[in-house]
Design a binder for this molecule. Structure first.
Ligand code: PEP
Ligand code: MN
Length: 387
């Protein structure tokens, strides 16, 4: 007889196999009942603090084409001792929002109990926060609680810049039978200095969209920025990148908010922000536009080719250097030379309109590739000479 653990492992294996097949055919549906051309708008306070605060915000937003009113009921705070949410009573306030304003409501869930309570109280959509999507056990618990339920779920990126973890959370929820899934890009934690509270790393959501072309992407400009002054700019970048919507924290009295006070804005300010956004079409059939863009793209392709030729030439030179160093038994890394290249190139790059940040990222990649080529040369096993 097969050992129960083996049986279990066998079952898990076949499940994993299915998950792989699923990945190819994952098709998502809109989180809106009736998808529209303008961006999806989600707005509301960081936390539901009191019935008055929740209703005041909702009434301030009700005439603004808001698709979902957001409010955190259970708040995952980085450090204890801060306001951790109103809990269950807050769900009744959201019910009143629905009754009084007709707005749909959404809240964050972090475990199975939150899912049950939210559904029981008629919450229209759920979201999974960044501190939860980072944890596959927690996401699986939520997925199991959602099995057989038809409700839109939005999945925030995990706090660390790990695309696979984000995709894993989406796959777990999808496998529970949820098809109305969107993702929320709220930026990523970091150590050091940045103008952002959470660095956007736009290439990560862009790559996610390439892997899951039918998924809607919402930009949470509030948690990316961490303060009000950049909210408009970040929302516009998201629109220019063809994101599907926006989630912004709105509070009737932002400075007095019990959580995330610096990044919240008043309903009227939010209205201005949305009205000031420039929306661009994803594509066009206009012949003149298509011809012009094709010509420019051809030129870009030529330049890319030249770049590749130059990079290949540079690597050949690195290989010659590798051979010479090997003959003289000299180490690959020469820090003084590397510092010199970094400094010189950043200065020249600046004159040519290239940011030091870009130059550093680019040069580091080139330097690493050059080291790899030299490594291959240095450690090449020489064929023994024929006698
Ligand atoms: C929130 O939306 O209020 C929140 C806690 O966000 P995040 O999970 O992105 O930190
Ligand atoms: Mn918040």
């Amino acid at each position: 007889m097969e050992h129960p653990v083996h049986e279990c492992v066998g079952r898990l294996r076949s499940k994993n196999f299915k998950a792989k097949k699923l990945l190819k055919i994952m098709e998502f549906k809109s989180i809106l009942d009736q998808p529209h051309k303008r961006p999806i708008i989600i707005a509301g306070p960081c936390s539901a603090e009191s019935e008055e605060q929740v209703l005041a915000t909702a009434h301030g937003l009700k005439d603004m084409n808001v698709d979902y009113f957001r409010a955190g009921i259970w708040k995952p705070r980085t450090r204890p001792g801060n306001f951790e949410g109103s809990g269950r009573p807050g769900l009744k306030w959201l019910k009143r929002v629905k009754e009084e304003t007709g707005l749909k409501v959404t809240t964050e869930v972090a475990n199975a109990n939150h899912v049950f309570e939210a559904i029981k109280h008629g919450i229209d959509a759920l979201w999974i926060g960044a501190r939860t999507s980072v944890n596959p056990f927690a996401v699986q618990e939520i997925a199991d609680a959602l099995a057989g339920v038809d409700i839109p779920v939005m999945i925030k990126n995990p706090i660390n810049p790990d695309l696979s973890l984000w995709m894993g959370a989406i796959e777990r929820i999808y496998k529970a039978g949820i098809e109305r899934i969107a993702v929320i890009h709220r930026g990523f934690s970091y150590h050091g200095d940045s103008k952002y509270r959470n660095i956007p790393h736009w290439q990560i959501p862009i790559e996610l969209k390439r892997k899951f072309p039918t998924i809607e992407i919402i930009c949470d400009n509030s948690h990316i920025c961490g303060e009000r002054s950049m909210l408009q700019e970040v929302a516009q970048i998201a629109m220019d990148l063809n994101f599907d919507g926006l989630m912004t924290e709105v509070h009737p009295n932002p400075d007095e908010a019990w959580s995330d006070a610096k990044q919240q804005i008043k309903p009227d300010t939010f209205n201005d922000l949305v009205n000031n956004l420039v929306y661009r079409d994803p594509s066009t059939d206009d012949v003149e536009f298509l011809e012009t863009i094709e010509q420019l793209r051809n030129q870009i392709d030529d330049v890319d080719n030249e770049l590749l030729n130059l990079l290949s030439k540079r690597m050949k030179l690195a290989e010659s250097i590798g051979k010479y160093k090997k003959r003289n038994n000299i180490a690959i890394l020469q820090t003084d030379r590397w510092n010199e290249i970094l400094e010189k190139t950043q200065a020249v790059g600046k004159l040519k309109g290239l940011s030091p940040e870009f130059i550093r990222t680019f040069l580091r990649a080139v330097h690493q590739e050059s080291i790899n080529h030299q490594e291959d040369i240095m450690n090449e096993v020489e064929e023994p000479k024929a006698r």
